[in-house]
Design a protein around this ligand. Structure first.
Ligand code: 0X9
Ligand code: ZN
Length: 404
């Protein structure tokens, strides 16, 4: 290709270099550009215009450029899509209810401002691209939090699973509202527990998935791998049984395990946070989709060997399934996959650990990873009781066995 395009490029370059640019026409708008390019030569032509290439796919690149650069590339006929940066870097308008990273940060800050006695916001570390991974700590006695039984809710390990960010956030918001309205049950729970929420473990991936104006179906984080590809599957990067099945050594794979256990700043931040909060007894990691409640092990077919440990997971999972209607099962019933959050949390720290795969139940007709905003209130309602139940028993999850 390159001779033709370079010829055009030169021509375009010449035209632009002799064209007078009146100062009044300077336009500082930046554009996201999706530009066809299938090899390094075409990408070099693109880079020569001055745009910043952000992502490279097999047959196109995504770049940010100004109006002049956009026009130059349009003359080449390679621009497939463009949109002003100010307009996008956000969900498609039909999904604007979902939180992008800026909105999520604002919502978490608002909660701290609105409930200063109950909520403490902090950064637990930063991502590959330098975003803060945010955590909310909630308790009626924030200063004595470390002495309270604690539970951790997490969402957004996987970039495209946006509902997994929304649901724990909205349920926690609702709990705080109920607390301030005087709901006795909620007051009792919040006053006697330390509740941790990390709604977006992978904010780089979240932003990447939405930034071009079209969903990228992205799963991993945004680590630059040694072969030029991007991303590690954070739910394959925890250390327990790392690399022993159901994860890939190929950096380009969706389930790339990373170069080593905890090679990623995001998983390291979670590890440190959990290890710094020894009072965490229970953990729930939200994912989408399939409507499942999963418990260890995921990296092997064996059931949890200790009978009480096994029964506590099974009993709690079955109880929660009565409320949300999901299917409760050992994770490896799905498929073997090693290095996930829950195997590590239970295997290393004996934390009672669950993964929820939220709605929909299947991709057929249900929207898969992108089910739209109408499901949000439905999924909030069906998962509120399971979350309250886990909070209730966080003082000693084994109490559920006595009730049987
Ligand atoms: O594969 C995953 O990481 C999870 N499913 S998802 O569609 N959200 O990607 C399931 C995790 C289950 N873990 C194991 N099978 N170990
Ligand atoms: Zn997931």
């Amino acid at each position: 290709m390159s001779r033709l395009s370079c010829g055009l490029c030169l021509l375009a370059g010449l035209l632009f270099s002799v064209w007078p640019t009146p100062s009044t026409s300077i336009d500082s708008t930046q554009f996201w550009l999706k530009i066809r390019a299938s090899d390094k030569f075409q990408r070099s032509v693109i880079a020569d215009t001055g745009v910043a290439i952000q992502w490279i796919k097999d047959d196109y690149v995504i770049a940010i450029g100004n109006l002049q650069e956009k026009k130059e590339l349009e003359k080449l006929g390679w621009v497939e899509f463009s949109s002003s940066v100010a307009e996008i870097k956000d969900f498609p308008s039909k999904d604007s209810e979902f939180h992008n990273y800026t909105e999520l940060t604002a919502s978490l800050n608002d909660l701290q401002k609105k409930y200063p006695q109950l909520v403490s916001l902090s950064s637990i570390g930063s991502t590959v691209q330098g975003r803060e991974i945010l955590a909310l700590r909630i308790s009626g006695h924030l200063d004595q939090g470390a002495q309270m039984p604690a539970i951790l809710f997490m969402g957004g390990h996987h970039a495209r699973e946006h509902l997994s960010v929304e649901i724990p956030l909205l349920i926690v918001e609702r709990m705080l509202e109920e607390y301030s309205k005087g709901n006795e049950r909620i007051r009792r729970l919040i006053d006697s527990r330390e509740i941790h929420l990390i709604p977006a473990v992978n904010p780089d991936g979240l932003e990447y998935d939405i930034a071009s104006g079209r969903y990228q179906m992205w799963r991993k984080n945004r680590t630059q791998n040694r072969d030029g590809t991007f991303g590690v599957d954070l739910n394959r990067n925890y250390s327990y049984g790392w690399g022993t099945g159901g994860s890939s050594r190929d950096p380009d794979s969706e389930t790339y395990m990373g170069t080593a256990p905890f090679s990623e700043p995001e998983t390291r931040a979670i590890k440190k946070y959990i290890e710094d909060h020894q009072n965490i007894s229970t953990l729930l990691s939200f994912h989408t989709f399939s409507e499942l409640i999963l418990y260890p092990w995921g990296g092997k077919y064996d059931p949890i060997s200790d009978q009480r440990d096994r029964n506590v997971h099974i009993t709690m999972a079955n109880k929660m399934a009565e409320w949300n209607g999901y299917v409760a099962e050992q994770t490896s019933e799905l498929y073997i996959a090693s290095g996930d959050t829950t195997d590590w949390a239970f295997g290393e720290h004996k934390i009672i650990s669950f993964t929820f795969e939220l709605d929909p139940s299947s991709s057929r007709g249900g929207g898969g990873f992108y089910p739209g905003p109408d499901v949000i209130p439905v999924v909030v309602n069906k998962n509120k009781e399971p979350m309250l139940y886990l909070i209730e028993y966080a003082d000693n999850p084994y109490r559920v066995l006595d009730a049987n």
